[in-house]
Write a protein that binds this ligand. Structure first.
Ligand code: GDP
Length: 439
C-alpha cells in the first residue's frame, strides 16, 4: 500500500531530519519534493496545493521546541496535516437509528460493492453484535444475486432476493422483511454500471427515497486513483452519500483516492478493503494511515490484531514453556496457527516500523504452509518427542505432508535452533530470578 509515496516522502524527510535548522529555503525545497510525491501518487492537484501551503504556513509559524529537532518537528506537522486531509477522526457507522438500521451500498460495477456488503455484514455481526440481512438489488450485473447468496451463505447471513425484479421494490420489500423478521440491520446491495449514467442515478435516488437508509456508503476502487474521486463527486451530487468504502487497498495503490476523497467530497472514508476474503476489512483510521504513509508503521493496528487472536492464558502457558525449555512441536504448531490467524505475513510485517523496507512481496507464504503440513503429518507423540523421528517416520511424514525428507529435516532443524534460542532466554531469566520458579 502506498509504497511509492512512502519512499519519496521518507527520502525528503530524511534530508530534512539532518538539518540543524529549518530555513525558508530548505523547507521550500522539501515541500517541492512533497508536492512532486503527491502528484506522482495521483493525489488531486487542489488537495496537493492546499496541503503544501498549509504545511508551509505551519512550519514557518511553528515555535521551535527544545526537545525535538526542527526536522522532527516538520515530520510531525506533515503527519498531522495528512491526518487532517484524510478526515481527522475515524467515522463510525450510525447505529443509533431505530431498528432496522439501513445501509445502502452504491458505486460502479466492479468497485467491490457486493464484496463490501458481505464484509460489512460480517463485521457488524462480529464487532457490533448486530443481526444483519442482506438485500440483493443488483439486478443488472449478471450473477450479482448469486454472488451475494454465496457470500451470505459463507458467513451465515440471510439474503433477501426476488430474482431480476424491480430494484426499488426489492429494496422496499427487503426493508419490510427485515422489520418483520427481527433483523436489526439491513444492507442493500444496489446495481452499478460500468460508467455513470442517468438511469442508474434516478433509480438509486428512488431506492433511497423509498427506504431512507441511515447510511449510504459509496464504494470506490482505490486502484483507479483520482478517477475514483471524479466518480465520487458525481455520486455525491446526486445521492449525498454519508461514508466512503475504499476497496483493494491491499494492491499497490498509489494513494490518490485515499488522500483526495475526503477533501473533494467532504465525506470521510469509513472502511477499507484489504483483500478478497470477507474478513479482510478494516475501519479507516486517518492517524494510523498517516503513520503508515510516512513509513512509521502502524503498531496500534498490529497490537489490536494480535489481541483478537491471542488468548491471554495461551500467552502465559507459552511463556512458561519457553522459560522452562519444554516448548515442543505441538506448541510450535499451535503458534504457527495463531500467526496464520493474524493474516498474511507480509501484511503483518508491513505494520511494523522500518520493516516496510523489506522486499515483502518476495516473502513466500507457501513456506509456512509446508511447515504446517509437515507438523500436521506428525503424530502428537512425535511432536512431543521429536527425537523418536527416525528414517522410516520421516518418510511417512514426508509422504503424508506431500513434501520430501529434506523439508522434514528443515522443519526439525528450525525447531532445534528455536529451542536453542529459547534455552538461552530461559537461562537468562532464571539467573535474573535467582533460580526461583518461573510462572
Ligand atoms: P461490484 O460489481 O461492485 O459488486 O464488485 P465485486 O464486489 O464483485 O468486486 C469486484 C472484484 O473485486 C471481485 O473479484 C472481488 O473479489 C474483488 N475485490 C473486492 N474488494 C476487494 C479488496 O479489498 N481487495 C481485493 N484484492 N479484491 C477485492
Amino acid at each position: 500500500m502506498f509504497s511509492q509515496l512512502t519512499d519519496s516522502l521518507e527520502n525528503t524527510l530524511k534530508n530534512l531530519r539532518g538539518q540543524g535548522k529549518l530555513t525558508e529555503e530548505n523547507v521550500a525545497e522539501s515541500l517541492r519534493e512533497v508536492r512532486r510525491a503527491f502528484l506522482a501518487a495521483d493525489v488531486n492537484f487542489n488537495v496537493t496545493r492546499d496541503f503544501v501551503k498549509s504545511v508551509k504556513e505551519k512550519s514557518m509559524g511553528a515555535e521551535v521546541l527544545n526537545s525535538v529537532t526542527p526536522g522532527q518537528q516538520i515530520v510531525k506537522i506533515i503527519h498531522d496535516e495528512l491526518v487532517a486531509v484524510m478526515g481527522g477522526e475515524t467515522k463510525e457507522i450510525n447505529l443509533s437509528a431505530p431498528s432496522p438500521v439501513g445501509i445502502m451500498m452504491v458505486g460502479l460495477q466492479g468497485s467491490g460493492k457486493t464484496t463490501f456488503a458481505g464484509k460489512i455484514a460480517l463485521w457488524m455481526r462480529s464487532k457490533k453484535k448486530r443481526k444483519p440481512l442482506l438485500v440483493a438489488a443488483d439486478v443488472y450485473r449478471p450473477a450479482a444475486i448469486k454472488q451475494l447468496q454465496v457470500l451470505g451463505k459463507s458467513i451465515g447471513v440471510p439474503v433477501y432476493d426476488e430474482g431480476q425484479g424491480n430494484p426499488v421494490e426489492i429494496i422496499k420489500h427487503g426493508y419490510q422483511y427485515a422489520k418483520d423478521n427481527g433483523f436489526d440491520l439491513v444492507i442493500y446491495d444496489t446495481a452499478g454500471r460500468l460508467q455513470i449514467d442517468e438511469e442508474l442515478m434516478q433509480e438509486l435516488e428512488k431506492a433511497r427515497d423509498a427506504v431512507h437508509p441511515d447510511e449510504i456508503l459509496f464504494v470506490a476502487d482505490a486502484m483507479i486513483g483520482q478517477e475514483a474521486v471524479n466518480v465520487a463527486e458525481t455520486f455525491w451530487n446526486r445521492l449525498n452519500f454519508t461514508g466512503v468504502c475504499l476497496s483493494k487497498m491491499d494492491g499497490d495503490t498509489r494513494g490518490g483516492a485515499a488522500l483526495s476523497i475526503k477533501k473533494m467530497t467532504g465525506v470521510p472514508i469509513c472502511f477499507i478493503g484489504v483483500g478478497e476474503k470477507l474478513n479482510e476489512i478494516d475501519l479507516f483510521h486517518p492517524d494510523r494511515m498517516a503513520s503508515r504513509i510516512l513509513g512509521m508503521g502502524d503498531v496500534v493496528s498490529l497490537v489490536e490484531k494480535a489481541q483478537q487472536v491471542i488468548d491471554e492464558k495461551d500467552a502465559k502457558d507459552l511463556k512458561k514453556k519457553i522459560l522452562n525449555n519444554t516448548f515442543d512441536l505441538n506448541d510450535f504448531l499451535k503458534q504457527l496457527r495463531t500467526i496464520k490467524k493474524l493474516g498474511r505475513i507480509k501484511d503483518i510485517l508491513s505494520l511494523i516500523p522500518g520493516l516496510n523496507k523489506l522486499p515483502l512481496d518476495q516473502i513466500d507464504e507457501k513456506q509456512l504452509v509446508y511447515v504446517e503440513a509437515v507438523l500436521s503429518s506428525m503424530t502428537p507423540k512425535e511432536r512431543k518427542k521429536p527425537q523418536i523421528i527416525d528414517g522410516s517416520r520421516k518418510a511417512r511424514i514426508a509422504k503424508g505432508s506431500g513434501t520430501d525428507a529434506a523439508r522434514v529435516n528443515a522443519v526439525l532443524k528450525q525447531y532445534e535452533s528455536m529451542k536453542e534460542m529459547f534455552k538461552k532466554v530461559g537461562d537468562f531469566a532464571k539467573r535474573q530470578n535467582n533460580g526461583g520458579t518461573i510462572g
